[in-house]
Design a protein around this ligand. Sequence first.
Ligand SMILES: NC(=O)c1ccc[n+]([C@@H]2O[C@H](COP(=O)([O-])OP(=O)(O)OC[C@H]3O[C@@H](n4cnc5c(N)ncnc54)[C@H](OP(=O)(O)O)[C@@H]3O)[C@@H](O)[C@H]2O)c1
Length: 250
Amino acid sequence: MVRRLFPNPTAAVDLVEAYAPDLTAGGPFVRLNMISSLDGAISVEGRSGALGGAADRRVFAALRSHADIILVGAGTVRSEGYGKVRLDGALQRARVARGQTMLPPIAVVSGSLQLDWSSEFFTGPGPRSLVVTSEAAAARGPAEAGEVADVVAAGEQRVDLRRAIALLGERGARSILVEGGPGVNGDLARARLIDELCLTVSPRIVGGEGPRIMAGAPLTPPYEPVVRHLLEDDGFLFLRMSLREMRDGE
Ligand SMILES: NC(=O)c1ccc[n+]([C@@H]2O[C@H](COP(=O)([O-])OP(=O)(O)OC[C@H]3O[C@@H](n4cnc5c(N)ncnc54)[C@H](OP(=O)(O)O)[C@@H]3O)[C@@H](O)[C@H]2O)c1
């Protein structure tokens, strides 16, 4: 059973309530959700599944249930075999009651457009997926892209993630959930575009040389997150942290 350790310890936690996004800022609220082992690994043999469990899946679903759009890197879509979002009936009804669509679509960030256009991610039932890419890649991209996905072109030669977030906002996304991986996370973090980090600390120590939650150049200055809550369930720790204090050099 999930319990809150901080603030105000309690055993009565409503996960959907606990993860209600802060929609008071001007642009879309950007939240990153990642799971890490106790020793900092985010994958085992290239996938994150070995770090998860039932408790983590409940928080994962609660977070997805608040998103207008989910954003994910092409590396993660390729390595994790991403499909479309599924949520149980209660979470779907709660979305509709909040004025959201029954299920959020997923937008994949890709510069190369090396994606499997016949995969369930693009052709399965559910909301049409989006592809966030550069204008140059969109112009020369495969015809299938536009047939199975909405193509969002942001940036001329390279993907401009700030522009991409703004364009997703123009499409009505007020709450964007980023699900990794470290390539997208690092680029978003360096552009100071992340408002909140939800980090699941898995009760596993896995060793190895696996990547951490952020790839690429160091963050200077580093983020100094403010902890909003700490939950625990079955040994998993769920940190919800605000990064907004550092956004745009505030
Ligand atoms: N533990 C967790 O919570 C978690 C979550 C997600 C992923 N993962 C793990 O992370 C690993 C995947 O890592 P990854 O670094 O490959 O992941 P990634 O960030 O999902 O993908 C990197 C790819 O995304 C595209 N991309 C990212 N940022 C871009 C930008 N600013 N502009 C243009 N394209 C951009 C590029 O795709 P193109 O190559 O198509 O140009 C790039 O090669 C997997 O092992 C997965 O299991 C773990």
